[in-house]
Design a protein. Structure first.
Lengths: 108, 111
C-alpha cells in the first residue's frame, strides 16, 4: 500500500543552522508529494508540493525535490529562524498518507 | 474567507456519551476527510468522502460514523465515547490528489 516514512524528531537547532528532514515513500503509480507545517495550536498548512519526478517545490526558504529513483522528498532549509519552530509532515497523495511528523525547535 | 470551519474547539465527554464534531467548508471541494492526531503517531485517517452521498473508511474508522448529505458539511459522530478517543481531530477538504485545507482542530477529552 501507500505509505510515508519520515525522519523522527524532535530536532533542535540554533538560528541560522541548516535543516534537513528526510522523507521516503512507497506508492504505486505517480503520486504528488507534499510537505505540510503545523504551528502550535493550529491546523496543518501546505508548505510546498511537487507533482512529478524531478520537480522542486519551494516556499519560505524551504525546498524539496521529488526523487523517483530514491523515492524520496527530503525537506531542506539553509538558514532556519525561530519562527520555523513547528511540526513538519511529509504526505503523499492517493488518500493523503501522512508521515508521523517531525517536531523542529529553533533556538535563538 | 472561512475555509474549513470546525466546531467545537474543545470538548470534554464522559465515557459512553455521544457527540458530533462539525465540519463545514465553503470552497466547493469534492473531497473531505477526518483525521485524528495523537503524540508520536502523526495523522491517521478516520473516514473520508469524495462527494455528497459517498463515504468510505480510512485507517482507524472504528467507533466513528460519518455522513455527507451536502458538499459543504461532513460531520463526525462518536456514538459511545471511549477514553481511547481522546485526541485532536482535524477536518480537511480539497480536490482529489491536490493539497488539503485543514480546519484548526477539535481537542477532545474523554474521561
Amino acid at each position: 500500500g501507500n505509505s510515508v516514512t519520515q525522519m523522527e524528531g524532535p530536532v533542535t537547532l540554533s538560528e541560522e543552522a541548516f535543516l534537513t528532514i528526510n522523507c521516503t515513500y512507497t506508492a504505486t503509480g505517480y503520486p504528488s508529494l507534499f510537505w505540510y507545517v503545523q504551528y502550535p495550536g493550529e491546523g496543518l498548512q501546505l508548505l510546498l508540493k511537487a507533482t512529478k519526478a524531478d520537480d522542486k517545490g519551494s516556499n519560505k526558504g524551504f525546498e524539496a525535490t521529488y526523487r523517483k529513483e530514491t523515492t524520496s522528498f527530503h525537506l531542506e532549509k539553509g538558514s532556519v529562524q525561530v519562527s520555523d519552530s513547528a511540526v513538519y509532515f511529509c504526505a503523499l497523495s492517493h488518500k493523503l498518507s501522512f508521515g508521523a511528523g517531525t517536531t523542529v525547535t529553533v533556538r535563538a | 474567507n472561512a475555509g474549513v470551519t470546525q466546531t467545537p474547539k474543545f470538548q470534554v465527554l464522559k465515557t459512553g456519551q455521544s457527540m458530533t464534531l462539525q465540519c463545514a467548508q465553503d470552497m466547493n471541494h469534492e473531497y473531505m476527510s477526518w483525521y485524528r492526531q495523537d503524540p508520536g503517531m502523526g495523522l491517521r485517517l478516520i473516514h473520508y468522502s469524495v462527494g455528497a452521498g459517498i463515504t468510505d473508511q480510512g485507517e482507524v474508522p472504528n467507533g466513528y460514523n460519518v455522513s455527507r448529505s451536502t458538499t459543504e458539511d461532513f460531520p463526525l459522530r462518536l456514538l459511545s465515547a471511549a477514553p481511547s478517543q481522546t485526541s485532536v481531530y482535524f477536518c480537511a477538504s480539497g480536490w482529489i490528489n491536490s493539497p488539503l485545507h485543514f480546519g484548526n482542530g477539535t481537542r477532545l477529552t474523554v474521561t
